[in-house]
Design a protein around this ligand. Structure first.
Ligand code: FAD
Length: 314
């Protein structure tokens, strides 16, 4: 079998943007789009959400599923070959690189890793049925939707992201309650000061959600104070997890440099990784912005970096 010029692993906005650009550059990319890899369908995290209102070009909003379907169609139209397979492991120790799916091995001169990250949830009773019906893992993405306006909302978490997302929600919500597992916040002093100045936010310390209730949408949450063991039920219209993300970098088996939270390290201002010829884009290398449009942006960068790499190496 021949050697691919470029293999793209992952099929979210980063992977598809990289695929459209590399295909248009004549590199005939091969994409492994995953098969419920990281717990999500091909198309990535956006397939788990309903309305996307902040991706440019869709003033009426578009469903996450439709947006990713269109990106996939555009990839294929431009000449990308897509295989619905999850990459189990890679061998980056020599060139060409090797990519393994089940028992199949494919060789490539370059690789773009666009495997995203998975938002952590708590798998509470009621969570699956009410997912995107009041329950979300992205306040910045979903908090502005009409269903959350002037409502009482909950943020679960106590780190910087949780505080940032709580502050963001106060633009729309009537009240925001933070459920914090411990009796202190992990967030920085600056963030805590901003939080303390905002009278729309209150904090329930030592508290965790136990169960979610609602017929068509979330209406109540059972909360437990883990210190006093007291349980209570609160009326609520939205609950947002802000308890971190898991980057899908495990299959790399530490062959590429990762940071201490397992995100792939890229050179500043580029998508180059610690291994020449291997590039990373999207949420798997970005613990900060984590948006569809920023992922697409770095997908474009990865494609251009690959093109440059292949020209200079041939
Ligand atoms: C509930 C929710 C709502 C959101 N709403 C918005 C929004 O409104 N606007 C916005 O801009 N952003 C939103 N986001 C964030 C946005 O979804 C992400 O920033 C974006 O999808 C990241 O794109 P990505 O291409 O890096 O990775 P992902 O979208 O995570 O896609 C990665 C893909 O790679 C696949 N994969 C993983 N491992 C492998 C493997 N080993 N082999 C093959 N394939 C693999 C996965 O299955 C997945 O399909 C939301 C996120 C969530 C969770």
């Amino acid at each position: 079998m021949g050697i691919e010029k470029v293999i793209i692993i992952g099929s979210g906005p980063a992977g598809h943007t990289a695929s459209i650009y590399t295909a248009r550059a004549g590199l005939s990319p091969l994409m492994f789009e995953g098969e419920m890899a990281g717990g999500v369908m091909p198309g990535g995290q956006l397939t788990t959400t309903t309305h996307i209102e902040n991706f440019p070009g869709f003033p009426e909003s578009i469903s996450g599923f439709d947006l990713m379907d269109r990106m996939r169609e555009q990839s294929i139209k431009n000449g990308t070959t897509i295989k619905t397979m999850t990459v189990d492991r890679v061998d980056l120790s020599e060139r060409p690189f090797k990519v393994y799916c089940n028992n199949e091995v494919t060789s490539a001169h370059s690789i773009i890793i666009a495997t995203g990250a998975t938002a952590k949830k708590l798998n509470l009773p009621g969570e699956e049925a009410l997912w995107q019906k009041g329950v979300s893992a992205c306040a910045v993405c979903d908090g502005g939707l009409p269903v959350f306006r002037n409502k009482h909302l909950i943020i679960v978490g106590g780190g910087d992201s949780a505080v940032e997302e709580a502050l963001y929600l106060t633009k729309f919500a009537s009240k925001v309650t933070m459920l914090v597992r411990r009796n202190i916040l992990r967030a920085s002093r600056v963030m805590q000061d901003r939080l303390n100045k905002n009278d729309k936010i209150d904090i329930l310390w030592n508290s965790v959600p136990l169960e979610l209730y609602g017929e068509d949408s979330l209406t109540q949450v059972k909360i437990k104070n883990i210190k006093t063991e007291v349980e209570s039920v609160m009326d609520i219209s939205g609950l947002f997890y802000a308890i971190g993300h898991l980057p899908n970098s495990g299959f790399l088996n530490n062959q590429i440099e990762l940071n201490n939270t397992k995100y792939i390290k890229t050179h500043p201002g580029s998508t180059k990784t610690s291994i020449e010829g291997v590039f990373a884009c999207g949420d798997v290398q970005d613990s900060k912005y984590r948006q569809a449009v920023t992922s697409a942006g770095t997908g474009c960068m990865a494609a251009m970096d690959v093109e440059h790499f292949l020209i200079t190496k041939s």
